[in-house]
Design a protein around this ligand. Structure first.
Ligand code: 6R9
Length: 663
């Protein structure tokens, strides 16, 4: 961390301010009593309170088996089914209650009662079973936010098949990678969907992915966005199943939910790491569901009577934990939105919030900054009233927090800033909303049962209140923790544990989970998250690895090598900047620049496109042959160059800087 970064933190720490939760909120909150917090905080038995929110086919015998760290088993001996817990058990009490409100683009909408969800999930489960899908066969979903996505996930879970949802914005190449890594022989796709009024072909990506993948994909289930399959959609005989064509065979089907052991896999979620290869975070059934149910109830304060709206994509972890599993486990109403937030107009989100009387609204700082840019006049005409607001995915700057509070919260709504990761399964740092004051820009404290601290690079604890930033680490396991990286225990250890743990020890106290984020702990115990310390960036809340982008850029035949770094952006948080060295004799051109951008758009997805491409003569290499992205990041962010002494050729960054400034 440079001197400058440190002084910025100190400057920011000066503007400390607190906001108290309003009494009406406290009066209705699921936890408003400190002693309840203390009970949850007992480790590990406090987590039983979360597990008790679920229905178990077989009760667990032990809360935690930590005999083989860092592989932890929660609720050992327990058996349960996710789909049963999200649906069947609610039917007696509220069969007719809305489980999912879905708002589609262009303007269509659906409302599924718990009974409807039950019917559709059973039909899908029967269809999956007939296709030969059995327990532990990974089913991959590549879809936009449509009701069939949670339906399909729950159907897979019903028959014990882990789901692997790949964000719909990913391309064929990214999908192929994930199919291969998960050895997944079943894919669910759709003919296409709408964005800002335009129909986009989606099925083509599935076809290309299946072609590119090494794994043999047996069945591709094809959904359709409209009543008729899109006329241009190609169907491969013998492999593709058009779901609408076979649905009638399964009308009224009932598929018995398969009891899953606590540590059986519920799903895989691929996420970006520091190498080019995405990591398949593997989540188990009992621990994950308990943690998500507990945090949904006590942190998000979801009551079964609430309409809860998380404006995320189900293809990311937030969508899994807090659009699908959390709200449905609690029997609440989860609202989902397919379209762009400014289509058909910039007040549409607030129009929908009013229309459906949404109680809890959950979004990212990127979205708030966008709303802020559009201006509060777009909110004013609508009569919405939230009891709780949630922020997730990136640090929220105090001024953005205040705007959220003043305009979306209308000056008195509680906001929780929630820090977590794909790997943590659920939120691990935040404030239980009725129990602590809010502090703009801080995520708050570790959640009950969670232990977090900040370490310097040598593993020494940094004293809270000194304003010094360091590595955010978690020093105890929790039920939502990933089980491993799918098929790669070694990488699981090297990515998360190696740096600060005693790898020889069999005692969990010697195992420390490295989050990869930088943080500062204030004297009052509030944590402020500063962002990633590794080569991972956060573009509009999407996690992207530098290496992933670089490996797609070097696929352009004229490119010799590339380095990608994050540049701070007022709306998106960060955007990727690419520094590209061309092969001998190739001249830079606008066409090549476009080819670089297109290569990322095709290799990963449009959301990952570099904001800027700079052709340079050389990249800054250390003497040991590593690209020093830190220096490029200094240039992109217009900071003074940090230490260059370990460079092979210390003049390189200065040359690049002059070129960038001259441009
Ligand atoms: C849930 C999710 C994880 C990374 C994480 C951190 C950043 C998430 C944050 C936050 C500051 C918050 N992050 N929440 N940074 N404040 N409240 O986003 O998972 O996609 O795996 O990203 O996102 O850098 O390490 P994921």
């Amino acid at each position: 961390m440079s001197h400058e970064e440190r002084s910025t933190i100190e400057a920011r720490l000066a503007e400390e301010e607190y906001y108290s939760p309003n009494p009406e909120f406290i009066g209705q909150a699921n936890v408003s009593d400190r002693s309840v917090y203390d009970r949850f905080d007992e480790f590990p038995d406090g987590f039983e309170e979360y597990a008790e929110l679920l229905d178990w086919d077989e009760h667990w015998t032990d809360v935690l088996d930590a005999s083989n760290p860092p592989f932890y088993d929660w609720f050992v001996g327990g058996k349960l089914n996710a789909s049963y817990n999200c649906i069947d058990r609610h039917l007696d009490a509220h069969r007719d209650k809305t489980a999912i409100i879905w708002e589609g683009e262009p303007g269509d909408s659906r409302r599924l009662a718990y009974q409807d969800l039950y019917r559709e999930v059973n039909e899908f489960a029967a269809m999956f079973r007939d296709a030969g899908i059995g327990a532990d066969d990974v089913v991959t979903f590549h879809l936009p936010v449509i009701p069939e996505l949670p339906i399909g996930m729950l159907a897979a879970a019903r028959i014990g098949a882990p789901h692997s949802v790949v964000f719909g914005g990913f391309t064929a190449a990214a999908l192929a990678n994930r199919l291969d890594d998960a050895n997944s022989r079943y894919l669910v796709t759709i003919d296409g969907y709408y964005r800002r009024g335009k129909f986009l072909d989606h099925k083509q990506k599935a076809d290309e992915a299946v072609e590119q993948a090494s794994v043999d994909v047996d069945t591709v289930f094809v959904l359709q966005r409209e009543k008729e399959l899109h006329p241009e959609t190609k169907i491969v005989e013998g492999r593709d199943v058009v779901v609408e064509d076979v649905r009638s065979q399964y009308r009224g089907a009932h598929v018995e939910p398969v009891p899953r052991a606590s540590d059986d896999i519920l799903f895989l979620m691929y996420t970006s790491g520091t190498t080019g290869k995405p990591k398949g975070a593997q989540h188990g059934t009992g621990g994950y569901l308990s943690y998500v149910a507990g945090t949904s109830k006590y942190l998000f304060d979801i009551h079964s009577t609430d309409t809860y709206w998380c404006l995320a994509d189900i293809g990311w972890i937030t969508g899994h934990s807090y659009m699908v599993y959390g709200p449905l486990l609690l029997g609440a109403t989860s609202m989902m939105y397919e379209g762009a937030p400014d289509h058909p107009h910039k007040g549409y989100i607030w129009e929908l919030a009013e229309k459906h009387a949404v109680d809890i609204f959950h979004t990212s700082p990127t979205a708030v900054r966008m709303f802020m840019k559009w201006g509060e006049t777009h909110l004013e005409p609508y009569d919405f009233e939230f009891k709780l607001l949630v922020s997730v995915g990136e640090p929220i700057q105090p001024e953005v927090w205040r705007w959220y509070y003043d305009h979306v919260g209308r000056g008195d709504t509680v906001i929780i800033d929630t820090w977590w990761q794909t790997e943590t399964g659920g939120v691990v740092m935040s404030n239980l909303p009725a129990l602590a004051d809010m502090k703009p820009g801080s995520v708050g404290h570790p959640m009950p049962g969670i232990q977090a601290t900040v370490l310097d690079d040598d593993g020494n604890e940094i004293e809270p209140g000194t304003g010094t930033a360091g590595n955010l680490v978690l020093t105890r396991p929790w039920p939502g923790i990933l089980q491993t990286l799918y098929g790669d225990d070694e990488r699981y250890i090297s990515e998360y544990w190696e740096k600060f743990s005693d790898l020889e020890s069999r005692n969990m106290d010697d195992w420390i989970y490295r989050t990869g984020d930088g943080a500062v702990e204030a004297a009052d115990g509030y944590f402020r998250i500063l962002g990633r310390l590794d080569d991972v960036m956060n573009v509009s809340g999407h996690r992207l690895g530098s290496m992933e982008l670089e490996s797609t850029i070097v696929e352009v035949p004229a490119v010799a090598e590339a380095a990608v770094v994050a540049r701070d952006d007022p709306v998106k948080g960060q955007v990727p900047d690419a520094y590209v060295v061309l092969k001998e004799g190739v001249e830079p051109s606008d066409d090549l620049r476009e080819a670089v951008v297109a290569s990322v758009a095709e290799g990963i997805g449009k959301f990952a496109r570099p904001a800027h491409v700079e052709f340079v003569d050389a990249l800054p290499y250390t003497k040991s042959g590593k690209i020093m992205r830190r220096l490029l990041s200094d240039i992109s962010n217009d900071r003074e160059l940090s230490d260059t002494t370990t460079l092979e050729d210390p003049s390189v960054p200065e040359q690049i800087r002059r070129q960038v400034q001259g441009a």
